[in-house]
Structure formats: C-alpha cells, structure tokens
Design a protein around this ligand. Sequence first.
Ligand code: NAP
Length: 288
Amino acid sequence: MKVGIVGIGLIGGSFAVDLRKEYRNVFLVGFDISPENQERALELGLIDKKGEASDWSSLDLVIVTVPVDAMLKVLPNVLDQISDDCLVMDAGSTKRQICEAVAGHPKRRNFLACHPIAGTEFSGPTAAHQGLYEGTTMIICEVEKTAFKLQERGMELINKVGMRVRYMNPEAHDKHIAYVSHLSHISSFMLGKTVIDKEENERDIFDLAGSGFESTVRLAKSSPDMWAPIFEQNKDNVLETLKEYIANLRDFKEKMEEGDFKSVYEQMLNTNRIKEILKGIPLTKTTK
Ligand code: NAP
C-alpha cells in the first residue's frame, strides 16, 4: 500500500508510525509546506520519501493533516490529483467548513471526513509517536457521501490503529466539540495568561505552582498556528460556549462577593458529578 501524508507533524506522523507497524509493505510518502519538517520526518523514518508531483497518481490512500485553514485549499487540490481508486482522509478539528469545501468536488466520493479525538499539546514531526490513537475515538462525518469500497479501506485503518468510530453530522460535531475541546483550550490559555500577567515580575511564584496548575494550563502550550484557525472556523459555537462559561464565572464571583459560600460549595459538589460522568467514557489519553 502506498500512502501519502500531507502535513507530516504530530497527527500525520503518528499515523505514519502506526501504519508502518500495522501494514506490511507500506510505503509512506510525505508532503509538507515546511522543508525542515519534511526532512526531519525522513530522518526520523516517519516517511520513506519526500512527495513529488509524480507520486499522486500512484497513491492508495492520502491522510491530510494540515491546519484547518490550509485544509480548505489543500483538500480540493489533493482530490484533483489522486487516482479514482484512492481514499483521502482528513483529521481536521472542525468539520462543517471542511465538508463544505469539498461538497461539489467531482471526487467527493473519494473523501472520508474524520476527526481523531487524540493528540497532545506538542506539534511537528518530532512529537509524533506510536500508539497515539490506541483506545480513542474517530469521529466520521457524512459517511454516506464516501464510496462504500473506500469507506472499508478507511475503517480497516481506523480499526488497526485501535480506534472506535462515532458518526456525526458536521454541524453537530462542531457544536459538541466546541464544549469539550475548543472551550477547554481557551480556558487553559486564559488561565495561563491571567497568571503570567499577574506574576510577570514575581517569577518566584511559579516555584509554588503544583500539579493542579500544571495540568490545568497544559493545553496553553498548544500551537496558536493550529488553534487560531480552529476558533475562527468554529466562531459561532465557540462564542456560545464562552457566553455560558463567562456567565458561570460571573455567578461564582457574585456568590463569593455576597458571602454565599453555601452556594459556592453546592456548585462545586454538583460539578463533582463529572467523576461519574467521565468514568467509563473512552477519553483520549491527553484530553484533547
Ligand atoms: P502540526 O504538528 O503542526 O503538523 C502540521 C504540519 O502541516 C506542519 O508540518 C505544517 O508545517 C504543515 N502544513 C501547514 N500548512 C500546510 C500546507 N498548506 N501544505 C502542507 N503542509 C502544511 O499539527 P498537528 O497537531 O499534527 O495537527 C494537524 C491537523 O490535525 C490539524 O487540522 C488539527 O486541527 C488536527 N488535529 C490536531 C490534534 C492535536 O492534538 N494536535 C488533534 C486532533 C486533530 P508548518 O509547521 O511549517 O506550518
């Protein structure tokens, strides 16, 4: 099997490592806008060769893992170049605009719209590693628009890397993911900002930072190159989550100002239910 990876960073590189382990005789071709990342991916053995224009027609599968703004242009270009028998999957963290970008493409049936609920706060080919996808969920949108034979090729890959599948429409995906992923990142970025702003001249305070602080600001290490386009593409849903989040923060502050610590206690107690809610839910190892 000859596989092309477009955007050979954390997500694409981690697929490459798993594919090499799971498929005999897989040949991996890496395309990237960054010559450094492409070279690094070759050195690390993530890919067998750097992609060239002549490779497109011989690929059986292409996994497109570029940031979501680039995805809107890259995906139609990839579909233009592949053979009729090639499957193209993406991994973009938004789905509505991506699905719209290929909706009228003559090769729409070659495309499977995917979002792996797996990842870390690190990026680039050096962040790629084996087993990133094991035990996590792959969200697939508009599966009925993909040719059945090619769906099977995609499902085989998803099963082999250890993922389970959840089907959703693109609008529902973007709405729900705004709460559990996009809002979490904003919350982490703004917590990090609040503490940095306050403690800029008091570096000692970071010596006091414990594991609670570290785990809550972990996502603030994520790449703005990846996240700014995600917030832009999912602006309406993200603004809705922010409205609700800010209302909760304001309410909490008002309760404290009023000295209503019984309500403060009850809100926290009620939210402890998250332990039960998350128990048994197949979350990614890194909460992304
Ligand atoms: P990454 O590590 O930064 O890798 C992306 C790679 O694509 C980089 O090498 C980047 O080069 C390259 N690239 C950018 N624009 C390109 C273009 N027009 N053509 C070819 N290559 C291009 O990012 P990632 O974390 O793997 O994320 C990739 C995709 O997966 C995104 O769509 C993201 O929404 C999705 N995703 C990410 C996670 C996560 O936790 N990271 C989880 C699920 C889904 P430069 O560095 O030079 O820009």
